[in-house]
Design a protein around this ligand. Structure first.
Ligand SMILES: [Zn+2]
Length: 442
């Protein structure tokens, strides 16, 4: 018996029986509204700013205590030696696991515990977790402590309502998603913590009626052009690295950007503008270093002998990383063939392959059916323009049955007055709960 119509040895249950059963279960989740609000507020009031990675131990300890009291077996795992890990800022993660009464699949809910800097423009306390008109405000409410809280409530309601469930459920709170996830999901995947997992839901704020199947790829590189320093009054005695870089930018405008705009994907990327290949110029430095803000003097007259530019290229599942690299090399080689004394270095900084879970994967069909049941509408499939921890689960954990699904609006992430709606959390907890019924109820 399952919402997605799975068969097997399951007892026959009439449609009416199914609806009565899920009505009781959904009311149980509804009855946990105040608990869900309090849990979200507690999580938001632990400021887990990253960088540098504050209070990871505290928030993992909080989750360990709550879930431990509810019968979960707890593992605290430090991403020792990963980027940013230190005595002062240890990269702590927590995994809570609970076994059912018989053999079955393992469903894993993964949420990152870190939040980004507060920034300016807030009218509410960023770590107050204030509840105003059905919304909880604070840094990390939407991205993604609201999703973490909703998944916990869904799981707790499920094990209460169906004591005879089969398989296992895991809830993890992991470090550093906002800075690459190397001390969090990547570390756990490398150490085999996903090897037994069958289904993964990452409750990132993708909206309660959308299933996020994956993300585009990333390639970051630094381009450096070289010149020769000379007195600024006689630039012909030197060689200006900034003008060389200007020629690179011009060639990009003329050939690369139009080519990127032509590349369209079949991936359901949102927003619409990200359905093509994109490239951001992340930074540009040339010539003398910027003076301190309180320095009142003038610059010295010099020809810049060095310019550097960091590019952030996002690519599609239809593209190959090697081709993405080659396109930029082609730009540089073309400029080199046209400009005397042009020389450059190209340094790769970071890359992530695009990933997309199949629409007929069990976790997708299960969540889709649950969205239909709870919200009475067709789920929308989306793909994220940027990456998140699914990359590590796919690449290191070798698990293709993974989606992001959770409450909150992606547009609010990292913004001032970030909030998550209580009704959205309740609805997505119901969707997650019915997904568990589908996957784990015998
Ligand atoms: Zn997030």
């Amino acid at each position: 018996m399952g919402l997605s119509g799975s068969t097997g040895t399951a007892p026959v249950i009439t449609d009416r029986g199914l609806h009565e059963m899920s009505d009781a279960f959904l009311s149980r989740i509804e009855a946990k509204r105040d608990e869900l609000i309090a849990l979200t507020q507690d999580l938001v009031r632990i400021p887990t700013l990253n960088p540098p990675g504050e209070n990871y131990r505290e928030i993992c300890g909080y989750l360990a205590e709550r879930l431990g009291e509810n019968g979960f077996e707890i593992k605290m795992i430090r991403g020792e030696g990963t980027p940013g890990d230190s005595k002062k800022y240890p990269r702590w993660n927590v995994i809570a696991r609970r076994e059912g009464t018989g053999p079955g699949d393992c469903v894993h809910f993964n949420s990152h515990i870190d939040v980004v800097e507060v920034g300016a423009g807030w009218t509410t306390d960023p770590f107050g977790g204030e509840l105003i008109d059905g919304k909880i405000y604070g840094r990390g409410t939407c991205d993604m402590k609201g999703g973490l809280a909703a998944s916990i409530i869904a799981v707790e309601a499920f094990v209460e309502e169906f004591p005879d469930w089969h398989g296992s459920i895991e809830i993890s709170g992991t470090a550093d998603e906002e800075t690459g996830g190397y001390g969090g999901v990547a570390y756990l995947a490398e150490h085999g913590h996903y090897s037994h997992v069958n289904h993964v839901i990452i409750p990132e704020p993708l909206q309660k009626d959308r299933i996020c199947l994956g993300h585009r790829g990333v390639w970051w590189a630094e381009i450096e052009t070289h010149g020769e320093i000379a007195h600024g009054s006689m630039p012909f005695l030197g060689d200006c690295a900034v003008r060389h870089m200007g020629a690179v930018l011009q060639e990009m405008e003329e050939s690369l950007y139009p080519a990127l705009a032509e590349k369209r994907t079949d991936m359901p990327v949102v927003p619409e503008g990200a359905k093509q290949s994109t490239m951001n110029i992340n930074s540009f430095h040339g010539g003398q270093a910027e003076p301190e803000p309180d320095f009142t003097g003038l610059p010295s007259a010099c020809v810049p002998d060095n310019a550097r530019m960091i590019i952030d290229r996002r690519f599609l599942i239809e593209e190959k990383l090697d081709d993405v690299r080659q396109e930029v090399r082609d730009v540089l080689e073309k400029v080199a063939s046209e400009r005397e004394s042009f020389s450059y270095d190209l340094r790769e900084m970071w890359s992530v392959e695009p990933t997309m879970t199949e629409k007929d994967a069990p976790i997708v069909t299960s969540v889709k059916a649950a969205i239909g049941e709870v919200l009475g509408k067709e789920a929308e499939y989306v793909v994220s323009p940027g990456t998140y921890d699914q990359k590590h689960i796919d690449r290191i954990g070798r698990l293709k049955n993974c989606i992001a699904y959770g409450p909150g609006l992606l547009e609010l992430a990292h913004k001032p007055d970030e909030y998550v709606g209580v009704e959205d959390m309740i609805d997505s907890a119901k969707v997650m709960g019915l997904t568990l019924v589908d996957l784990l109820k015998p």
